[in-house]
Design a protein around this ligand. Structure first.
Ligand code: FEO
Length: 163
């Protein structure tokens, strides 16, 4: 069973995860418009993954006898100045999500909610991966600089994302 405080915080996190999905879908649309099909594919995969994160919280609240209440999502940005700028925003967004997950964990710890702490472990590990992947892409885009040819190759690499 969830306390009201934890239930509210988990519901807030559904919103953050679904907003992440929405943000990455907007990034995918930006990439489509820029003829970067590989990056658009990567972002669609990322968007699906974030939807999946939101649904993990959705399922967990129900498993614990809680009530899911969905909230309004903000409109995501639609334009970025470059691929490098866009992926920098991905990294910064993921860092923000990491701190939200850590705050949730701290709250569950404070409330001695062991089940929620255990549930959140998966997200703590996932955020390490998310930040690692975003950092790799940001650093590779820095190496590329203004080379159109290298960007083309990078786009092909992003097209290989499986999920
Ligand atoms: Fe669900 Fe990328 O954090």
């Amino acid at each position: 069973m969830l306390s009201k405080t934890i239930e509210t915080a988990l519901n807030d996190q559904i919103k953050h995860e679904l907003y992440s999905s929405y943000l990455y879908l907007s990034m995918s649309a930006y990439c489509e418009a820029a003829n970067l099909g590989g990056a658009a594919h990567w972002m669609r995969g990322q968007s699906r993954e974030e939807y999946g994160h939101g649904m993990k919280f959705y399922g967990y609240i129900h498993d614990q006898g809680g009530r899911v209440t969905l909230q309004a999502l903000a409109q995501p940005p639609a334009e970025w100045t470059s691929m490098a700028d866009m992926f920098q925003q991905v990294l910064e967004h993921e860092r923000k999500v990491t701190s939200l997950i850590q705050n949730l964990y701290a709250l569950a710890f404070k409330e001695s909610d062991y089940a929620t702490q255990n549930f959140l472990q998966w997200f703590i590990n996932e955020q390490v991966e998310e930040e690692k992947h975003a950092t790799q892409i940001v650093e590779q885009l820095k190496m590329i600089g203004n080379s159109g040819q290298a960007l083309f190759m990078m786009d092909r690499q992003l097209a290989a994302r499986a999920g």
